[in-house]
Design a protein around this ligand. Structure first.
Ligand code: PEP
Ligand code: MN
Length: 361
């Protein structure tokens, strides 16, 4: 249920309302926007029936949330959500400026990571990606350097100031990955790993949730709901292509889904043109398409020598190709009323994120 407070409501009315709603067993989430305050009420059928019978003093309108996802629904938030990440929460995803994340598919070593980070930062990337634990179709393929790679990522953050995005595959490794990374990536293959979603919902780290390759937009939003329902409000959604009958691309970038997500949810939505294209020459046009349709950012695979990459070589850009991509998306961003984040020239302090578990009642 979405309760929109009347413009002249008092703080006492708001507090009283929340207390009475919570007594029914429903949970309240308050969202204060520029022009209005919304109290979202989430609970089971009986609790919401009880809320509907309350005297709603100070409330202008009460509307049921008809979608199966509630905390992810657009209407529960007064404004679009902006997720902040990194040391000093210095990077914003979902704000006016697009956030571009770039880096290798897998962390393969210290030097290649440093080189890639410096190159993508100078082209305007605001976060560094790199897989430490890799979800590979074959058990014989390179599985990532694991903990060693997490340490390299943290080192490179210390030097470049770039926040780190890396994938977590297993609920048992959430604390470990969160101790090193600024953003926890949930990969397409794990989008419906509900135990993993619940676990990342309990930590204080933004979550980059990639759409499963055969999952619907509603399933993606319900996956996000698992994270939100555990108390972690910082979810970034990512369209990375879905499987279709056509093999000309590795996956089919679903630009319609990006537009639909922007209408259905207040959460930021980014696109991954690399895993959609599966081939380097199509990454730039797909990036432009995603920006044109309203994506809040991109995540792009870049390697100093793509031909030598130990995973996803075919879709990986050189630093030069990445610079070209950034130049190509800038006018598209302007055309749709967005800007690109400025490159961060100066290194920031090397604060290691202290992992902090959230206490939940
Ligand atoms: C990746 O980002 O390298 C990755 C494995 O992505 P996805 O889960 O979208 O396949
Ligand atoms: Mn990859």
């Amino acid at each position: 249920m979405i309760l929109v407070m009347s413009p002249r409501h008092t703080d006492a009315e708001l507090d009283d309302l929340r207390e009475r709603v919570e007594r029914t067993g429903a949970r309240t989430v308050v969202s204060r926007g520029a022009g209005r305050t919304i109290v979202g009420c989430v609970g089971d059928h009986d609790a919401l029936e009880s809320v509907a019978r309350l005297a709603l003093t100070g409330v202008e309108s009460a509307t049921p949330i008809r979608t199966p996802y509630k905390l992810a629904a657009r209407g529960i938030a007064a404004d679009r959500s902006v997720v902040r990440a990194g040391p000093g929460a210095g990077v914003a995803i979902g704000a006016h400026a697009l956030a571009v994340i770039a880096g290798p598919c897998s962390v393969e070593g210290r030097d290649m990571l440093h080189t890639t980070a410096r190159a993508v930062r100078s082209s305007g990337a605001v976060m560094l990606r790199g897989g430490a634990f890799k979800p590979r179709s074959s058990p014989y393929a390179f599985q990532g350097l694991g903990v060693e790679a997490l340490e390299m990522l943290a080192e490179v953050r210390a030097v470049t100031g770039m926040p780190i995005v890396t994938e977590v595959l297993d609920p048992r490794q959430v604390d470990l990955v969160a101790a090193h990374a600024d953003v926890l990536q949930i990969g397409a293959r794990n989008m419906q790993n509900f135990a993993l979603l619940a676990e990342v919902g309990r930590v204080r780290r933004p979550v980059l949730l990639k759409r499963g390759m055969s999952c619907t937009v509603t399933e993606l939003l319900l996956a996000a709901e698992y994270v939100l329902a555990q108390g972690n409000p910082d979810v970034i959604l990512c369209e990375r292509g879905i499987r279709t009958f056509d093999t000309v691309t590795r996956n089919c970038l679903d630009v319609g889904a990006i537009a639909a997500l922007k209408a259905e949810t207040h959460l930021p939505v980014i696109a991954d043109p690399s895993h959609a294209a599966g081939r380097a020459d199509l990454v730039l046009p797909l990036a432009c398409a995603a920006v044109a349709v309203g994506a809040d950012g991109l995540i792009v695979e870049v390697h100093p020598e793509p031909a030598r990459a130990r995973s996803d070589a075919d879709q990986t850009l050189t630093p030069h190709q990445f610079a070209e991509l950034m130049a190509a998306i800038a006018p598209v961003a302007r055309a749709v009323g967005r800007a690109l984040s400025e490159p961060r020239a100066a290194a920031l302090p090397s604060a290691e994120p202290t992992h902090c578990r959230r206490a939940h009642a």
